[in-house]
Design a binder for this molecule. Structure first.
Ligand code: PLP
Ligand code: COI
Length: 365
């Protein structure tokens, strides 16, 4: 089944929120707490492949208690946004890259691969009924959460023979409560989010489950995200619980950890690398030790640090803390390079700048 052959059945919600209720939600969307009126579901089983594509009212799932996702964590997901442009049109950003990543995650988790064109079509289908939920205030968006679960009722441990792909959507403002102000992050040395040969490069729920205890510790230390080191030597920086990380050197060089097999290959990361190269910046994807970070910030050689991801966009990191140390300044101003890259990326996403790489895909009309 590919999108060209897929007919979605559409069942409109009888409980859709009124325009006034929706506008109230859109006026202060927060992140990830309110959802649109509809969702997408597409069923897969080994004998029939992908079938029964539906747009239906948003609502609880009915799952057999033996469904393998509940026991063995066979779940993968994506995060991608819809942006409203000044003329009212609705666009998304590099959806083929998210669709391809969902396929890579599916492969690693022994789930079925959804065709990329069907992934893109699923976003279009949701927008065809929930377009009014895409906010228009500056820097707001509609965050799609596509996900797939193994829902076969079977307690033996083996690859899924039944799965369902869903898309839900949630109006979004800034991921961090303070907006784009610099955040503090906590270095986890006791815990890793992923192991060698594990699922770190896949976007699967289990990686986030593994990050929650260290994330809770980070929060108890006044930090909003946790930084993980490589799981083999515990020496090289990898990424945050839900974002990639970049460092800007005084001489203008931009450095981000090379993909190691346990880092998620962020689409924001790859877009920033491209925009930086377009600007003629020196860009390095390489191993970077935590000592290089600490010493570079202390000496002033590293001028800026930032996190990036679909939810976080580009967020300055003011301070790195860990057991017995702190470097950086929690009250620092956001760095100039950080904010320039953030502006260029969001200007493209919101249609305020030309889109030289053809990253935008229209979802409405
Ligand atoms: N790393 C992790 C662990 C993430 O959860 C995310 C968010 O999706 C990212 C990196 C950034 O990926 P992307 O830019 O594709 O959203
Ligand atoms: C995203 O940015 O899409 C993520 O999945 C990260 C999470 C922190 C919300």
């Amino acid at each position: 089944m590919s999108s060209s052959s897929t007919v979605f059945s559409v069942q409109r919600s009888g409980h859709a929120r009124s325009a006034a209720e929706r506008d109230q939600i859109l006026s202060a969307p927060g992140f990830g707490t309110r959802f649109t009126d509809h969702m997408v579901a597409i069923t897969w089983d080994r004998d029939h492949g992908w079938h029964d594509a539906q747009v239906r009212p948003y609502g609880p799932l009915s799952l057999d208690p033996a469904a393998s996702v509940l026991h063995y964590g066979q779940e993968i997901f994506e995060g991608i946004k819809a942006y409203r442009h000044a003329d009212g049109s609705i666009w998304t950003f590099r959806p083929q890259a998210n669709g391809a990543r969902l396929q890579r995650s599916a492969k690693r988790l022994a789930l079925p691969e959804l065709p990329v064109d069907l992934f893109v079509e699923s976003l279009r289908q949701l927008i065809s009924v929930d377009a009014h939920w895409v906010p228009s205030a500056p820097e707001t968006s509609l965050y799609f959460r596509p996900f797939m679960i193994a829902d076969e009722a079977f307690l033996g441990v083996r690859a899924a023979q039944k799965a369902t792909y869903y898309v839900i959507a949630s109006p979004a403002g800034p991921y961090f409560a303070k907006g784009v102000a610099p955040v503090s992050i906590w270095l986890s040395t006791d815990y890793a989010r992923a192991g060698k040969g594990g699922t770190g490069a896949a976007k699967c729920g289990g990686n986030y489950a593994a990050s929650l205890l260290p994330q809770t510790i980070a929060q108890s230390k006044g930090c909003s995200q946790v930084l993980f080191l490589d799981p083999v030597e515990g020496k090289y920086i990898e990424e945050l619980g839900g974002m990639n990380v970049f460092l800007v050197y005084q001489d203008g060089t931009l450095v981000t950890p090379a993909l190691s097999g346990s880092i998620l290959e962020g689409i924001t990361r790859s877009s920033i690398l491209q925009l930086a190269r377009d600007r003629g910046m020196t860009v390095q994807e390489r191993k970077m030790s935590i000592d290089e970070w600490k010493q570079g910030v202390a000496s002033g050689e590293i001028a800026e640090v930032f996190a990036c991801g679909t939810a976080a966009v580009v967020t300055p990191i003011g301070e790195l803390k860990g057991e017995g140390f702190a470097v950086g300044n929690p009250d620092a101003e956001a760095g100039q390079v950080t904010m320039a890259l953030r502006k260029e990326l969001t200007d493209i996403q919101y249609g305020r700048l030309p889109d030289p790489h053809g990253w935008l895909v229209r979802l409405d009309g």
